[in-house]
Design a protein around this ligand. Structure first.
Ligand code: NAD
Length: 251
């Protein structure tokens, strides 16, 4: 019996997030999948949202939650996702705005407007639209927590993918600026900033990472950090996650 099954069947007593409802965008794969599992094991009801319906439904089944197909770059789709979570589970307390993609183009001769828009849509619009859509639901519950997945690329220069770095710097700026402003509503807004972490997004980089002896962070370590953020009390913080070190807010 998994921890989630034990919890749902009453064979495991209340955990930190029992009674809470969480949305995880990009929950079908990689870091979002690990976050969905971690939240469910902490007792939350989880709505997995993703473009990938097949993998998303699998994760939803695994966490005894629900799946909603959603393109986070579409504002109406974000609104529909929040309504879906409210219909399913009566409200929303936590939103992990995690969906994202590598950009895959630069700004010179390799500029590709479609790739650029796709990355901006998932990585930045997804966080802005997701926040706008979920805020009324969080306020209706008396507060809640939003965690946006930024990246080390939001804290440091990334010559490999400057447009990705631009997206993620914007998410970090949003977290730092919006976090304190939402305190009056008891809504906490933070970001998680992993270095290279285990997921398919790093597949094109694996040879380079192993040639340089660069360690890759397990997806579970990122998910554990997100759980700490959700159950903590900070707002406007950007938590840097690196391999083999305790995660902490980046100053
Ligand atoms: P992943 O490719 O395994 O997962 C990303 C998920 O997002 C996929 O399931 C994909 O279908 C979904 N998605 C993409 N665009 C979407 C959209 N428009 N609407 C809805 N869903 C969409 O990659 P991952 O590494 O797990 O990525 C998760 C987040 O972590 C991303 O924001 C990424 O930028 C960030 N991140 C990853 C790393 C890393 O090294 N893996 C490091 C730092 C930050």
């Amino acid at each position: 019996m998994t921890a989630v099954e034990a919890l749902r069947s009453g064979q495991r007593a209340g955990a930190a997030l029992t009674g809470k409802v969480a949305i995880v965008t990009g929950g079908a794969s990689g870091l979002g999948r690990a976050m969905a599992l971690a939240l469910a094991e902490a007792g939350a009801r989880v709505v997995v949202a993703d473009l990938d319906a097949r993998a998303g439904r699998e994760v939803a089944d695994l966490v005894d939650g629900a799946f909603r197909a959603c393109d986070v770059s579409d504002l109406e789709a974000n609104r529909a996702l929040v309504e879906f979570a409210q219909d399913q589970y009566g409200g929303v307390d936590i939103a992990l705005l995690n969906a994202g993609v590598a950009t895959g183009c630069g700004v010179g001769g390799d500029f590709d407007p479609a790739r650029y828009r796709r990355a901006m849509g998932a990585n930045l619009d997804g966080v802005v639209y997701g926040t706008h859509a979920v805020l009324p639901a969080l306020r209706a519950r008396g507060g809640g927590a939003i965690v946006a997945t930024a990246s080390l690329a939001g804290l440091a220069a990334v010559p490999l993918d400057p447009l990705y770095a631009a997206n993620k710097h914007a998410v970090v700026g949003l977290a730092r600026s919006l976090g304190p402003a939402l305190a009056a509503d008891h809504v906490r807004f933070n970001a998680v900033c992993p270095g290279f972490a285990e997921s398919r997004i790093i597949d094109p980089l694996r040879d380079m990472l192993s040639a340089q002896g660069m360690p890759v962070i397990p997806a579970e370590a990122v998910a554990d950090t997100v759980l700490r953020i959700v159950t903590g009390d900070g707002s406007g913080e950007c938590w840097f996650v690196q391999a083999g070190r305790e995660a902490e807010p980046f100053r």
